[in-house]
Write a protein that binds this ligand. Structure first.
Ligand code: GDP
Length: 312
């Protein structure tokens, strides 16, 4: 991506990641960006996807299109999570190869690692143990995508790289009490509790699991950076290298929202994996690091929520 004129396709440009990548590429001055909404192009459909690639022949592909969701969405819709992700990535990776893309970046997730991986999790712990059950169908699809990129590189000499981001958050998140990830779910939950003058708000699980969170604009910068400078066959972690407990997170979000009531933990809801902290020494040694601290990112996301969601 040395020239600003190269043709870049952002698959999934309306999602949390894709929209941030599109914004970052535009900010950097790339002029030949291609994107289609899922209404115009269904990436699960092999024929439609081939017609698109044959016509557009993008040189660089950011594969950010995916079916994603929080812990409950994953366990409620396991079939959709495995089918849709396999179908999308199968089509985009294969046709990127067939129509000559110079490079593709596949987006994985930190849930591809074994549930009890040694922390912080190194890239080479992939496939070294059992997966967390709550998001296994999603994780298996993502592992298939990684293996597909590596296999195409080995057999067809493509340059398809895979980045594994930690839990993401920021403007563009989906706010839904049932299917969101923890940060948007708690922003929404505490916001409602504040409006309704509730005495307490309920947080799922024991509060003990630990998670690492990366602000979406930091991720977008990392992905553009990797597309430019990383060509290795191995997957590469993208995170902050720091984690906090869900309990600590809940108290910070309570402050950010300004909810005055108390917090109750509902241990009947799943905790998921106990800890998920990435070892980010590889991307750091290449020269990338995040810029936005958690509290600042949460404040930005809450402002965005107030503007875009609160009145709906
Ligand atoms: P995970 O990282 O794949 O487990 O995804 P989530 O973001 O859905 O959940 C992270 C952690 O936050 C889990 O331990 C959840 O039990 C906990 N959590 C607490 N309250 C909520 C909530 O309202 N929604 C979600 N999604 N998770 C919550």
């Amino acid at each position: 991506m040395q020239s600003l004129k190269v043709k870049i396709y952002i698959a999934g440009h309306t999602g949390l990641v894709g929209s941030a990548v599109l914004k970052e590429l535009t900010r950097k001055g790339y002029k030949n960006l291609v994107f289609k909404s899922s209404k115009e192009l269904d990436l699960k459909n092999q024929k439609e996807t081939e017609v698109f690639f044959k016509k557009e022949r993008p040189e660089y592909v950011f594969l950010c299109a995916a079916k994603v969701g929080g812990i409950l969405a994953n366990s409620s819709y396991p079939a959709q999570f495995i089918y849709e992700n396999l179908a999308i990535q199968n089509n985009v990776i294969h046709f990127s190869y067939k129509y000559g893309a110079r490079k593709l970046l596949f987006l994985g997730s930190s849930c591809i690692y074994p549930k009890l991986a040694v922390q912080p999790i190194k890239e080479n712990s992939l496939l070294s143990g059992y997966l967390e059950e709550t998001n296994k169908p999603y994780a298996v699809a993502k592992i298939a995508g990684i293996t597909m990129c590596q296999s195409y590189n080995a057999q067809y000499k493509t340059n398809f790289i895979s980045a594994m981001p930690t839990n993401l958050y920021g403007p563009g998140d989906r706010f839904d009490a049932e299917t969101s990830h923890v940060i948007p779910a708690l922003l929404l939950n505490f916001h409602r509790a504040k409006k309704e003058n509730k005495k307490f708000a309920v947080v799922w699980g024991t509060g003990k699991p630990r998670r690492e969170f990366l602000y979406i604009e930091d991720l977008a910068k990392a992905l553009v950076f990797l597309m430019k400078f990383y060509n290795g066959p191995d997957i590469i972690n993208v995170g902050t290298g720091e984690d906090i407990s869900i309990k600590e997170l809940a108290y910070i979000i309570k402050e950010v929202v300004g909810f005055k009531g108390s917090i109750r933990f509902d241990a009947s809801k799943p905790d998921g994996t106990p800890r998920k902290l990435l070892d980010v020494s590889n991307i750091r040694s290449l020269g990338w690091q995040p810029e936005i601290p958690l509290e600042e990112g949460l404040k930005k996301e809450y402002r965005w929520f107030l503007k875009n969601y609160a009145r709906k």
